[in-house]
Design a protein around this ligand. Structure first.
Ligand SMILES: Nc1ncnc2c1ncn2[C@@H]1O[C@H](COP(=O)(O)OP(=O)(O)OP(=O)(O)O)[C@@H](O)[C@H]1O
Length: 355
């Protein structure tokens, strides 16, 4: 991964607002983000967290209320969308309905006045790349949703944009197709060495596509990290809860281990990683962190039992009254009280929230 000083995207203290009834409403609340050349960064957040607003501000589609967007060291304030050299891809593709597939993919190349023969070659290469060999003459209205998004991707990649901005590019597709295309998209971005900022609310998509994932909560970036590190070492309870950890139990960190009501968890092992200072902390449980055990473990009451994907899942009541999920084997569980053991690899220790 190239990371020359000043290369790539550098966003500093970016603020984006919309006019509201009671004055401007803040959608992006002072964001710093770097996307070095060749890297794919996913902006992951709940609906309304400000992901699209940040992406649109980088694209130049929205005016910024504060801060800077730089590419290769150059401040882009006042540079219009079409002169930033960025590519855009949206959820609904927005293909030109009256052009063929090839006409759509080659659009930017025609604009750039590339000679016809070279244009043809590039369009063909791109259609090969996105798995649509031979689709050039097809009318876009005859395409399936997945095919249309492949065309949109090919069109966005055609002018070899310095930065590709993707806003929920797969979210209009059904789950199976989305999962399939996510892997393909990652491979295509890697194969073309594309630098990209990828907005999604889908965790699996972000973790699959991105070199680094930026978690956006209420207009702020709560953590930016490689997928495995984000999962192993969330910065705090807010990020851990967003990733799906919970409930959280009090923990006391000493000498590389965290003591909790469910037992001791070694730090830096399995899921319970991160630089958590000694003192009070929190233990967050992934849905598979508790296993029903035949012998030993903590006794808990069973509130409900479900059978799911070949195994029993129990809602159990922890000693402090919180509900948690415990996983059992393939046989139905009839007991009203069971013992559970903690799998430290499926739990995280995070610092207590500040303030
Ligand atoms: N054009 C607009 N006018 C007024 N408010 C807006 C506008 N666009 C977005 N907002 C508000 O800004 C906040 C952030 O919206 P944004 O679309 O950036 O979030 P998001 O994380 O991309 O959400 P989603 O995943 O639902 O698209 C929200 O509170 C939203 O209601």
């Amino acid at each position: 991964m190239v990371n020359n000083e000043g290369a790539g995207l550098a966003v500093r203290d970016l603020v984006a607002t919309y006019p509201g009834a009671d004055g401007p409403a803040t959608a992006v609340a002072g964001v710093d983000l770097d996307v070095p050349v060749g890297e794919v960064v996913a902006l992951l957040g709940a609906s309304g967290s400000g992901k699209s607003s940040l992406l649109r501000a980088v694209a130049g589609l929205e005016p910024v209320a504060g801060g800077t967007v730089r590419w290769a060291g150059r401040d882009l304030a006042g540079v219009p969308v079409h002169l930033r050299g960025f590519g855009l891809m949206f959820q609904d593709g927005q293909l030109f309905p009256h052009r063929s597939v090839a006409g759509n993919v080659g659009y930017g190349l025609a604009m750039a006045r590339l000679p016809r023969a070279e244009r043809r070659r590039r369009v063909q290469r791109l259609l090969d790349l996105v798995g649509l060999t031979g689709f050039g003459p097809r009318a876009v209205r005859t395409l399936s949703g997945g095919q249309a998004q492949r065309v949109a991707l090919a069109r966005a990649l055609a002018p070899q944009p310095a930065l590709l901005l993707l806003d929920e590019p797969l979210s209009a597709l059904d789950r199976g197709l989305r999962e399939h295309l996510t892997g393909e998209l990652r491979d295509i971005l890697r194969a073309t060495g594309t630098t990209a900022l990828y907005v999604t609310h889908d965790h699996d998509e972000a973790f699959t596509v991105a070199d680094r994932v930026a978690v956006m909560i209420d207009g702020r970036l709560a953590q930016v990290d490689a997928p495995d590190r984000l999962w192993r070492a969330p910065a705090g309870r807010e990020v851990a809860a967003f990733l799906g950890y919970g409930p959280f139990l009090p923990a006391q960190v000493t000498d590389g281990a965290a003591r909790t009501a469910l037992g001791e968890v070694p730090l830096g092992h399995g899921g319970a990683g991160g630089a958590v200072p000694p003192g009070p902390a929190l233990l967050g449980l992934a849905p598979t962190a508790l296993r029903v055990s035949g012998d030993g473990g903590i006794p808990v009451d069973v509130a409900a039992v479900r059978f799911r994907r070949g195994r029993s899942e129990l809602d159990v009541v922890l000693p402090d009254g919180q509900r948690a999920t415990a996983v059992a084997g393939p046989h139905p569980v009839a007991a009203r009280r069971v013992r559970v053991r903690l799998d430290p690899a499926a739990a995280v220790v995070v610092p207590t929230d500040r303030g």
